[in-house]
Design a protein around this ligand. Structure first.
Ligand code: SF4
Length: 294
């Protein structure tokens, strides 16, 4: 990976998505990851363009479905470093079901959610993280709904690494992404990204607080109860104008989905991706059949 952002990126000037790209590439460089051994799967939205600007293998999937595609790829080829990404609408709304169950099953991958409290690509509609009272074309009198609590939902689902960072904090963002990628299990990073085109009111512009650097928020990130309380406070504070970021939960003891499956003999010794290219297997003949018909 080469550090920095892709000059051809077509996000609006000042968009927080540039910050995600820079931090993610920085994390890959820091970890010495190879683009040939990395897959980035995206959903639909401005965030979906990330897979076009990354140097690794990419899969721009459909709305809310980046996680099932990422899961399938990881199961077929466990040696791949898999990252999935999407926006708050894509991930917490359309793909909310996949989010909860990928966390529950603790699939070994990193899930980055660009949270700008709005649907950006489709021109500013209310999203699951828009604050109550937020006015948009779809909610002209203000949203009557409380926003979703993504960190708490992730913890309840079963994610084993949960953090929140912000595009305005590039150093912390890269540090957190390094940890998330290194973690064996489902890592969820709620990444606050400003959308200056459609959501000028988003709180991501105000100064943030790093909970690991502030004694007022001291808690044990390996303790589910303490982590849950910290998340609830951070999720409430966000809409009151205090942006609390940092690591909220880290469980290094829970086996990943792949490890669980392997321990009960439910996964083949030879990964599916290798079987496909093994000339001694039935696959080869299937491949020839396909080639002969094209
Ligand atoms: Fe970024 Fe918003 Fe522009 Fe989309 S519409 S590229 S989220 S600033």
């Amino acid at each position: 990976f080469t550090p920095g952002i892709e000059p051809q990126a077509t996000w609006c000037p000042g968009c927080g998505d540039f910050g995600v790209l820079k931090a993610l590439k920085g994390a890959m460089v820091e970890l010495g990851r190879d683009p040939d051994e990395t897959l980035l799967v995206t959903g639909i939205g401005c965030s979906g363009k990330l897979s076009s600007y990354f140097e690794s293998y990419g899969f721009h999937s459909i709305h809310g479905r980046s996680l099932p595609v990422a899961r399938a790829a990881k199961l077929a080829n466990p040696g791949l470093e898999v990252v999935a990404a999407g926006g708050d609408g894509d991930g917490y709304g359309i793909g909310g079901n996949h989010f909860v169950h990928t966390a529950r099953e603790n699939h070994d991958m990193t899930y980055v959610v660009f949270n700008n409290e709005i649907f950006g690509l489709t021109k500013g509609q209310t999203s699951p993280t828009s604050p109550k009272g937020h006015k948009s074309k779809t909610q002209p009198h203000g949203s009557a709904k409380d926003p979703i609590r993504p960190l708490s939902l992730s913890l309840t689902g079963g994610a084993s690494y949960i953090a929140r960072t912000a595009a305005v904090n590039p150093n912390q963002a890269q540090e957190i992404l390094v940890e998330a990628i290194e973690h064996d299990g489902f890592s969820h990073v709620d990444f606050l990204t400003q959308c200056p085109t459609w959501n000028k009111d988003a709180k991501q512009y105000v100064p943030y607080v790093d909970i690991q650097k502030n004694e007022e928020y001291e808690f044990d990130i390996t303790d589910r109860r303490e982590a849950g309380e910290a998340m609830y406070e951070a999720e409430s504070a966000l809409y009151d104008g205090t942006v609390l970021t940092g690591r909220f939960y880290h469980d290094e003891t829970r086996p990943s989905y792949h490890e669980e499956k392997q321990s009960v003999g439910e996964l083949p010794e030879q990964p599916l991706a290798e079987q496909y290219f093994d000339p001694d297997r039935e696959w080869e003949r299937s491949l020839e059949l396909v080639e002969n018909h094209t």
